[in-house]
Design a protein around this ligand. Structure first.
Ligand SMILES: [Zn+2]
Length: 132
């Protein structure tokens, strides 16, 4: 029997897939369904891995979220400074607030996904059944 090629860790992370099987979705709805973007499965629908590794596990995702927001603010400020020739201070504030509001679903989700990949203590298991 030919082995089905597994997705890379980076591709699975980008797609918010389970770190153990890399095929099961972590979140129930896509990120653009704003009212429900934060609803995630308790267990992987493919391999049954429990995503919330211990009580309060995802509180640590706040640190990842903080780092992502700092990176976003830094990049947005640099782009404004370079491309728009250092606009007034209010432009920086409005742009950063607007970006935070627009990107909140992505920041929320990826902070959890990255935290689970980094600190969840889960290893990829290629022997698990593939979705399809
Ligand atoms: Zn899984």
């Amino acid at each position: 029997m030919k082995n089905v090629k597994s997705p890379s860790a980076l591709k699975a992370l980008a797609g918010a897939k389970c770190p153990q099987c890399r095929t099961g979705n972590m979140f129930v709805y896509p990120w653009w369904q704003v009212p429900k973007f934060s609803k995630f499965y308790q267990n992987c629908p493919t391999c049954q891995l429990r995503f919330d590794r211990e009580p309060g596990f995802f509180h640590g995702a706040m640190y990842i979220s903080y780092a992502l927001i700092v990176a976003m603010v830094t990049n947005a400020s640099l782009i404004l400074y370079i491309l728009f020739n250092n606009p007034p201070f209010e432009v920086y504030i409005y742009t950063i607030v607007l970006l935070n509001i627009l990107l909140f679903p992505l920041l929320f989700r990826y902070s959890r996904v990255i935290y689970l990949y980094l600190f969840g203590g889960v290893k990829f298991d290629s022997s698990l059944p593939k979705k399809k």
